[in-house]
Ligand binder design. Sequence first.
Ligand code: HEC
Length: 154
Amino acid sequence: MKFISIIILTLTGAVLFAGCGGSQPSANSSGNATMKEPAAGDPKGKGKYTEVILTHPLNDSMVHDGSNTFNVKCAPCHKLSEEKLVGPGWKGVTDRRTPEWIMNFVTNTDEMIDKDPAAQELLDKCMVRMPNQHLNDEAARSVLEFMRSNDGKK
Ligand code: HEC
């Protein structure tokens, strides 16, 4: 048993060095962890959001509210660049995830981390479980609008 847990610790250590968001250089020479195919899963994730209608142009008041929520509740762990803090940097998040996945992740964080392959892959890389931030639907939608604005969407 002890031997097996040492192997597991070594493996997770290698994944940790490979980074969460991929901004740091990899410390292990094999580099396998960074070359894995993205996990297959429902691109909409798990939760009540099956269709999120996006507005064009962006809704300025939602961007503003989302920015405030970001500063208070998300900035301790997320940067707006690609750089990892505790969690992945948000630059490009609206391109790598569907709006439904983001809304489900933010409002249904625990189930997503338990069951969604892409969320589990992030947990493997970041080694920290994002705590549920208890945003209501309106606040979550505003944060999504703020992410879209951060990604230069119009
Ligand atoms: C205590 C640190 C922490 C806080 C606070 C936090 N997060 Fe996270 N977040 C994480 C971690 C760690 C991950 C990677 C997934 C995992 O392992 O749980 C993550 C992942 C994410 C992702 C997926 C990113 C991607 O690249 O796919 C989104 C979206 C997200 N968080 C949104 C939020 C929002 C919105 C808030 C604020 C309301 C927030 N987070 C607050 C730590 C945090």
